[in-house]
Design a protein around this ligand. Structure first.
Ligand SMILES: [Zn+2]
Length: 167
């Protein structure tokens, strides 16, 4: 209850929560709050009771709106989250750990041919100086399961899809 009463001072958000319900009674209470500008929680509750809303009902409406706002934040962040997951899945190019990017390695004297070069092309990077580090396997699995809609994450992805496409 304490948290709700702290929030109730944010009258604009409470009105949004009521309008979000899309019922004649919640619309009417939102209009009444707009007209009367109550300053104390008790005034809000008194007004709400005139429209048939108990404190418990008002809290339920508020909580439903907070869930809606949280879902909105989730959907808004989703593209960036997936971009980051895809980056993790792909791995990254890195300086070759064998030659440190020099592209060549030295050949120990005992392995050199007569008059052979003391250096040879790095066998790990093939002379490019760059290697691709393995991508994060959890991220790869998440991307693949999301794209092909299989596996246990399909439930989440299908839920998101159906939620977004419902409206
Ligand atoms: Zn190398």
């Amino acid at each position: 209850m304490g948290l709700f009463f702290e929030s109730i001072h944010q009258l604009e958000e409470l009105k949004m929560a009521l309008v979000f319900q899309e019922t004649p009674r919640t619309d009417a209470l939102a209009c009444a709050l707009e007209r009367s500008h109550p300053e104390r929680p008790s005034q809000v509750l008194n007004l709400a009771s005139k429209y048939g809303f108990t404190p418990t009902k008002l809290i339920a409406i508020w909580q439903k709106y907070m869930v809606f706002k949280a879902q909105n934040a989730f959907y808004k962040a989703l593209p960036e989250v997936f971009r980051a997951v895809i980056r993790d899945a792909m791995g990254a190019e890195s300086c070759c750990p064998r030659c440190n990017g020099i592209r060549e390695v030295s050949v120990p004297e005992e392995f050199r041919r007569p008059n052979g070069s003391p250096r040879r092309i790095c066998p790990q990077c093939g002379g490019s100086g760059i290697v691709r580090m393995l991508g994060n396997s959890s991220a790869q699995r998440l991307v693949l399961e999301s794209v092909v809609f299989t596996g246990r994450r399909a439930v989440l992805v299908q839920h998101l899809h159906s939620t977004v496409c419902r409206d």
